[in-house]
Structure formats: C-alpha cells, structure tokens
Design a protein around this ligand. Sequence first.
Ligand SMILES: Nc1ncnc2c1ncn2[C@@H]1O[C@H](COP(=O)(O)OP(=O)(O)O)[C@@H](O)[C@H]1O
Ligand SMILES: [Mg+2]
Length: 267
Amino acid sequence: MLVVALCNQKGGVGKTTTALNLARAAHLRGVATLIGDLDPQANTTTTLLGHAPDADGTETVADVLSARSDAVLGDVITGTGWEHVDVLPSGGDTLADVGAELVTMGPGREHRLREAFAAHQALDGARRYGLVLLDCPPALDLLTVNALTAADRVVIVTTAALFSSDGIARLLSTLAAVHRYSNPDLDVAGVIVNSFERTRRQRHWFAELLERAPAPVWQPPVPKATWIAEAVEAGTGLDEWNTPAAAALADTYDGYLSHILEGTRPR
Ligand SMILES: Nc1ncnc2c1ncn2[C@@H]1O[C@H](COP(=O)(O)OP(=O)(O)O)[C@@H](O)[C@H]1O
Ligand SMILES: [Mg+2]
C-alpha cells in the first residue's frame, strides 16, 4: 500500500481535481485505490458519491479520527461508481469539528490516520489497496499533518503563478517539521502544476519552479480549461469525455501515476 498525500495550503489550486483524475487513472489500470477526503469541503466525496458525505448519517473519516468514536476504516470506506476505487468520505462540518478536537487532543494526535491505516492493514479480510490518495484541506492544520504523517510520499499541487517564495517556504517548513517529528520516511515525490496557461508570466513562474522546487516538476503541466472542471463536476473521467484534448490529458495523469507508483524522478 502506497499512501500519497496531495497537498497545498492554498485552496483552489487543483488538489481535488488532481486526486480525482489520478484515481481515475488508477481505475483504468485496475489498481485497487482508496481516495481519502480530508477536506471538510468534501468536494471529492460529493463528486464520487453524488451526495454530501454525512447526508445519510453514515460514519466518515471524522469518526475515524475522533477520540469520541470507535469507528475504524472498514466501517467508513465506501465503493464508488469507478471499479477498483473506494472512498474514505469526508465528514463535512463534522470533520472541521474533529480538526478542532485534534488541537486539544495531546500526544499522538498527528498519528491518528496513520494508526487507522495500520489497524486496517492488520485486519484479516480487510480490503487491500495498492494506492491510497489523500486529498488534503487548504490549510497546514492537523488534518493535513495527519495526512502527511500517514503518507509515504507527498505530491505538491500548485499553479504556476503561486510559487512566490512565501508559499513554498511555508509548505516546506511544515513538511520539514513532519519529517522531523512525526514521519521521518516522508518523501516529496513531485510537483504537479495545474491550470497552466502559456502566457509569458506563467512561463516565467514555471521556469522558476523548475529551478527552485524541492522535487521534480512533472511535465507536461495540466492546462487551464473549462472542460476539466466540467468533467469533474459531472463525475466522469477524462477518458469518457471524447475529445482529443481530454484523451491527451488522461494520458498526462496516467504518466503522473507512473511517477507516483514507480518513484521515478525525471526533471
Ligand atoms: N486545470 C483546470 N482548468 C480549469 N478549471 C480547473 C482546473 N483545475 C481545477 N479547476 C477548477 O478550479 C476549482 C478549484 O479546483 P480544486 O481541484 O477543487 O482545487 P483545490 O482542491 O486545491 O481547492 C474547481 O472549481 C475546479 O473545477
Ligand atoms: Mg479540494
């Protein structure tokens, strides 16, 4: 089981879009995949299940993380319309509450998700996953720290405009702290640039990223295009979108998945 966190403290950069398209690529390859939605905004869950996470009163990742519940992963994981892909649903507002609960929880609070995965792995008959994708919230909070502590690898999702030295510095200092205090094996696998436009300005930022990013910047970047958002909203894969551009982008995500699974580091 390879656990990969998709991370950036900025909202709207494309973490959820990336998580869903990587899960789709894994579905097409037949890799047993779990997509964990750690964002209280629950966009991944809503897209894959077609309804808000706790609308039907079922337990969610919030219950797994909370000390007030005995729920384990197996109680919470749900199948999706994509064969081989299951979802660990976000708890919406409940997950935001549990994020606050973690702040006062004391020792071990960074390890809640990691321990939940370890307990799941130790169970006889539990569903086994080749890949776990963790869609992080737009904050460097304890939900993100739980994802980073549970992860083998982190993929930074960004836009080519954002990488001011501030943004990267803050993210890197969190990654360094997690590396030091709660997950010494955490590996920064790569950087995915989303919503790329071939303007002068974006090409400038992209070039700077290539030089300064803490990990390989995977090529090509994901273009900015309305149909990408539309495909996610419709809950369909790019492979089902039936245009040459969408098919090419599906191949790009498949290439990113290769980098993730094989750990190759092309510049
Ligand atoms: N490459 C893209 N081109 C056009 N729209 C995009 C692209 N990537 C994401 N979006 C849209 O931008 C918004 C934010 O993306 P999202 O993946 O939810 O970001 P995050 O999870 O980082 O907050 C969503 O409405 C999404 O559909
Ligand atoms: Mg998101």
